[in-house]
Write a protein that binds this ligand. Structure first.
Ligand SMILES: Cc1cc2nc3c(=O)[nH]c(=O)nc-3n(C[C@H](O)[C@H](O)[C@H](O)COP(=O)(O)OP(=O)(O)OC[C@H]3O[C@@H](n4cnc5c(N)ncnc54)[C@H](O)[C@@H]3O)c2cc1C
Length: 396
């Protein structure tokens, strides 16, 4: 087996293996985390197939928020487990991923939002998450860019923060390759062959790989992969845009990840500047061009919550895809109708932070071992009426 990242010129000529124990489709955070966790548990002959370059899908965001501040217990567990991995990342994988615990601050501008966050905070505290409700004045003390008069309350979780997605993807990929994983860049999965209830092979533009196990980590493109084997993965791509302010000689004050639940307006530090955004209504689709169409809504929300941020001095931004499921929660599991077809997708905008935990969970699922949580919680079967659909309040 070829132990190198191929597809990066001139190594594209390296051979695609004829057979693998596991083929992972997608080289974003989920694909490389799953590959490393499987390899670290002793699985041999793993191939990661990535259509473009590693991390070039949604995982290319300049900076990713990481947190356990959720309302759904399953999301809290994934967040806690991932935070532990991010904390120990340099020790375990020898890489600096820029992990900083600046905290998350969710803003409420109605009593209904306060009630939701009080309930979520109670669940978090019962599960060991350090989070608390704070008054508008305290919120403005934590984040001096906020206008406390606009707020009814907020929740703060100081253990949350951010890390650098490209550094995390690169570190998992390098460590996976060291353990013998083959990564095929610029290689597209075109079809998957099955016979009855078994997977036989995966066909790429470079030929066929015989395998009995596939993990779909294809992010926003996952529905098409599921359709290749008749497994319904209800993932819809929706473009989301973020702006980056000009870097300043002196940084903005250090603030937590700050999100307004009413409008989805959010901002946080990005080096000496800020990263800002708002969930601007979009038609589903794969377009990823960057525009400033969202700025009017952003300015309107900023004028209320953080007036200094109205008309931010932007020097550009980034557009990526949310990989939305109908209830905006992940799909993690093994297809009941096709053993050997695993999926980890549909993270609906919070997949970076769940990457380390989900890679571990999928590896345990593949190996048939008990894991830190029961993945049934996130089974795609919940959309066929066999399980309740999940409700998560702390997402934008
Ligand atoms: C604006 C924005 C802000 C976000 N902010 C955060 C945040 O703060 N915190 C957070 O946790 N998450 C955030 N997210 C979400 C996060 O980026 C995603 O959930 C996460 O990156 C998903 O990772 P993934 O590996 O599942 O998918 P991706 O990174 O998209 O990887 C999927 C890969 O599959 C490949 N692929 C697709 N089809 C094929 C095929 N047929 N053959 C081979 N390869 C294929 C693609 O090329 C792609 O590289 C944000 C997303 C956006 C758009």
């Amino acid at each position: 087996m070829v132990n190198q990242i191929v597809g990066l010129d001139p190594a594209y000529a390296a051979a695609q293996p004829d057979a693998a124990d596991v083929v992972i489709i997608g080289g974003g955070i989920m694909g490389v985390s799953t590959a490393w966790h499987l390899a670290a548990q002793g699985v041999l002959n793993i191939v990661v197939v990535e259509r473009a370059e590693l991390g070039s899908g949604s995982s290319a965001k300049p900076l990713g928020g990481v947190r356990a501040n959720f309302s759904d217990p399953g999301n809290i567990v994934l967040g806690q487990r991932s935070l532990e991995s991010f904390r120990k990342f340099s020790e375990r994988l020898g890489a600096d991923i820029g992990f900083q615990q600046v905290g998350y601050l969710f803003l409420c501008r109605s009593e209904a939002e306060v009630a939701d966050l009080v309930a979520a905070t109670e669940i978090q505290n019962a599960m060991g998450v350090n989070s608390r409700m704070v008054s508008p004045a305290e919120a403005a003390g934590i984040n001096p860019l906020l206008d406390p008069a606009a707020l009814v309350g907020a929740s703060f979780s100081p253990g949350d923060g951010f890390a650098d997605p490209s550094a995390v993807v690169a570190a998992y990929a390098a460590a996976a390759v060291d353990l013998g994983v083959t990564i095929l860049n610029r290689t597209q999965v075109l079809d998957i062959q099955r016979t009855g209830e078994a997977i036989e092979s995966v066909t790429t533009n470079r030929g066929t790989i015989r395998t009995s196990a596939v993990v779909c980590c294809a992010g926003a493109w996952s529905a098409k992969i599921g359709a290749m084997v008749g497994v319904d993965l209800p993932v819809t791509p929706v473009r989301r845009l973020i702006g980056l302010t000009r870097q300043r000689p002196r940084p903005y004050p250090k603030v937590p990840f700050t999100l307004d639940l009413s409008t989805t307006f959010y901002f946080h530090n990005y080096r000496n500047g800020l990263l800002v955004g708002i969930s601007h209504e979009q038609e589903p689709g794969f377009a990823r061009e960057f525009t400033y169409d969202w700025l009017t809504e952003f300015n309107a929300a900023a004028a209320i919550c953080a007036p200094d941020l109205e008309h931010p001095d932007l020097e550009g931004g980034w557009a990526g895809l949310y990989e939305n499921t109908p209830d905006h929660n992940a799909l993690i599991g093994e297809a009941g109708e096709l053993p050997g077809f695993f999926y980890a997708t549909g993270f609906s905008g919070h997949g970076f932070l769940q990457g380390p935990a989900v890679g571990e969970l999928v590896a345990d699922l593949y190996l048939g071992r008990p894991s830190f949580m029961d993945p049934t919680h996130f089974s795609a079967a919940r959309f066929s009426g066999t399980a309740p659909v999940l409700r998560e309040v702390n997402i934008i």
